[in-house]
Design a protein. Structure first.
Length: 442
């Protein structure tokens, strides 16, 4: 079934003083993107989803410029628009172009087996496609049923090539260079580190940037090797005005690239039968299960024995079921909130979430991005530590009891340990990779 791609036109005509940027992107992992009619569950590639992702990466690149939260909000509103009548509409206009039914994307409908997601480019044999995909099921929690591995929502399957045209009004000539650089870097960050749709932080909906043109001139070309990819990611950091040799680098107030950021580039096998970013994502998901899961009946992933690195989290849950008041939160909460527990034997659960009013989520600071360098499949893991919860609202609710957030060094340790683990040569066969590069610190 061919994918439906929603193409939006520019809201106002092109004018001579406006700057036009055209980015060539490719969808490289399955994308769960809601369509204009959420009732149908039919996925679409839509401008609002892309604009939201660009805004996220624009914000992520602004911390290093030394601005405050208030300055960030003001600059974002003036560039991307605001409901405030004194600011008005967005200066940035987007349109999707260059898509045809032959562009290759297919749709997997709700109820399809998750293993169908491997069948994008003949990546799996028929027998293999009948087998479960526990890694994708784990990473796609909420999108894939754990019991039978079926999709809860329809998704777009790669590959899908598309063009994103962006026009913006610099208003003042002196703004043109700075704004062009900011928007170009946001488009690059989306295509090197990010994705679109639900569970994009877990590697779904990854889009790879292939080329970028500004006013008709080539401004950027895709890295052909993993080594070139490492350099492009490093270049995104630029000069961090907050870095200092005299003391610790401050933690960002919002999710952002900083001197504390870590990036890992995991290099797959291009000649393997399953040599796709989606296959690497499956292997990474299984590795995350090994790292995080306590297991059931002393088993994980079928017949593997669990490592039980977070047995203390399990014991905390069991103590809560016995009526004990929690004094701390599970260490795995750092991977994102809410974080739910359930005991099938007791038929009881425990929810871990932010304590603050009207704040029920905290996205994972570990972002996964699928990519291809020529024919080599790659995963990029980005750890972006930032203030975990807002100041004065930094309590976590564990079974409705408020507990303090762990200190930063202790809080972030599980993610650092996971990155160290997947970087180790001893894990390469488990991950189906040939190498792992750490992007040099900015």
């Amino acid at each position: 079934m061919d994918a439906f791609c929603h193409t939006d036109g520019f809201p106002h005509p092109f004018e001579a003083h406006m700057i036009r940027m055209v980015a060539d992107y490719e969808l490289v992992t399955p994308a769960f993107i809601g369509g204009a009619d959420n009732q149908t569950g039919f996925p679409e590639l839509r401008v609002p989803s892309i604009k939201g992702a660009l805004r996220f990466w624009w914000r992520a690149l602004r911390w290093r410029q030394g601005i405050s939260v208030a300055q960030l909000r003001e600059q974002e509103a003036r560039l991307f628009g605001s409901a405030d009548s004194t600011i008005g509409r967005s200066r940035v206009s987007l349109a999707l172009t260059g898509m045809t039914p032959s562009s290759g994307a297919k749709v997997s409908k709700r109820g399809a087996k998750v293993s169908e997601l491997f069948d994008a480019a003949g990546a799996r044999t028929t027998q293999q496609r009948r087998q479960p995909a526990p890694g994708l099921t784990y990473l796609g929690y909420g999108l894939v049923t754990a019991k039978d591995g079926k999709l809860e929502r329809g998704c777009l399957r790669p590959p899908l090539a598309f063009q994103l045209s962006l026009m913006f009004d610099p208003r003042e000539r002196q703004d043109a260079k700075a704004l062009t650089e900011q928007l170009a870097q946001a488009m690059q960050a989306l295509g090197l580190l990010g994705g679109l749709g639900a569970r994009s932080r877990r590697g779904f909906g990854s889009v790879a940037l292939r080329a970028l043109r500004i006013d008709g001139e080539n401004a950027w070309e895709a890295p052909k090797t993993p080594g070139e990819l490492v350099k492009r990611i490093r270049a995104l950091h630029g000069n961090d005005t907050r870095s200092s040799d005299s003391g610790p680098t401050p933690l960002p107030e919002w999710t952002a690239l900083s001197a504390r950021t870590r990036h890992l580039v995991l290099v797959g096998r291009p000649d393997a039968q399953d040599g796709t970013p989606t296959h690497l994502l499956e292997q990474l998901g299984q590795e995350l299960v090994r790292f995080r899961s306590y297991g059931r009946n002393n088993k994980i992933l079928g017949n593997e024995t669990p490592e039980r690195r977070f047995a203390d989290d399990h014991h905390l849950f069991k103590d809560v079921l016995k009526g004990k008041r929690p004094q701390t939160h599970p260490r795995r909460a750092v991977f994102g909130l809410p974080h739910n527990y359930y005991s099938s034997s007791d038929r009881k659960g425990m929810q871990v979430q932010p304590r603050a009013h009207k704040l029920d989520r905290r996205g994972s600071p570990l972002l996964v991005h699928g990519h291809r360098c020529d024919q080599t499949p790659v995963l990029v893991l980005s750890f972006l530590p930032a203030r975990f919860l807002p100041e004065r609202r930094n309590k976590i609710s564990v079974a409705r009891h408020a507990v303090p957030l762990r200190p930063d060094e202790e809080l972030w340790r599980p993610i650092s340990e996971f990155l160290d683990r997947v970087r180790a040569p001893s894990r390469r066969d488990h991950l189906s990779i040939t190498d792992a590069y750490e992007v040099p610190a900015p």
